[in-house]
Design a protein around this ligand. Sequence first.
Ligand code: PHE
Length: 333
Amino acid sequence: AQEIETAPLGNAAELEQFRITYIGRKGQIAALFDNLKEVAPEQRREVGQQLNQLKNRAQERFDQAQEQLANSTESNTDIGFDFTLPTIPNTLGTRHPLSLVRREIVRIFERIGFNVAEGPEMEDDFHNFTALNFPENHPAREMQDTFFLSEDKNHLLRTHTSNVQVRLMENNQPPLRSIMPGRVYRNEAISARAHMVFHQVEGLYVNKGVSFKDLKETLYYFAKELFGQDTKVRFRPSFFPFTEPSAEIDISCLICKGEGCNICKQTGWVEIGGSGMVDPAVLESCGIDPNVYSGFAFGMGIERITMLKYQIKDLRLFTENDVRFLRQFEGIV
Ligand code: PHE
């Protein structure tokens, strides 16, 4: 009884010690209760009452001390923490420039009704080539510098995001209006201007009566939103197996505003991607009736757009993760 009155109960550790020693199931009071059967029967009742008193008193002291500890501000200093100190500011990382630009592209197209579609990076021949009107053994396949994943060349790393077009059209009927950002792979030597892994964003609009005019208006809008309202866009005739007619998309050089500089090789124009009207044969391969529907598609390199927008001269910076490069994008959200 004496001990129960004097045992220290000043902090959490002492409280716990007290609980174990006296109150707990293996504690001293429990042990005394166990010994009760050895007490002479005529005394058992009185001893039992005393033990109960002891037990209640121990519990009482414990409860009181616990409440006091919870309420005391001193306990805060006990654990070595001053709640009145100002917080240490948390330095956030920076978003990767490619993520920033991808997100901006997505936002621009979302405003005119495009949603985002995704597809696999490991693809089969059909979705990367055949459905897109690349005939077997056609030299256009060679030009894509494909990484093949199987001996029979049926499995590969996608060389462009156009595989997502195919999957979208296979699984949905028009109207379709999506952009498809993603990683693509080509077996190229790494240099300031080429990489074996990079990003594209594809766009596809399929509906009744879609014309080349719709393609042009969409890309005019996009280029002005992303690069500034005074940006000009021009289309140069080109060739892609999956579009007809096809056009390369150029924008007026952001640096010299068309005057001619090193970035645009003195031409005043820089290329940002390819585009065209979806070839009827492609619509057909994907289960869409080309007699009812038409569509346009475009594809652009996200690295290329980012390099133009932020005047980055070396593609390798995107993958090196040098914080001196990445920190330059701090605060852009
Ligand atoms: N897939 C083409 C490429 O990677 C780009 C493109 C997409 C061109 C859509 C036209 C239409 O080069």
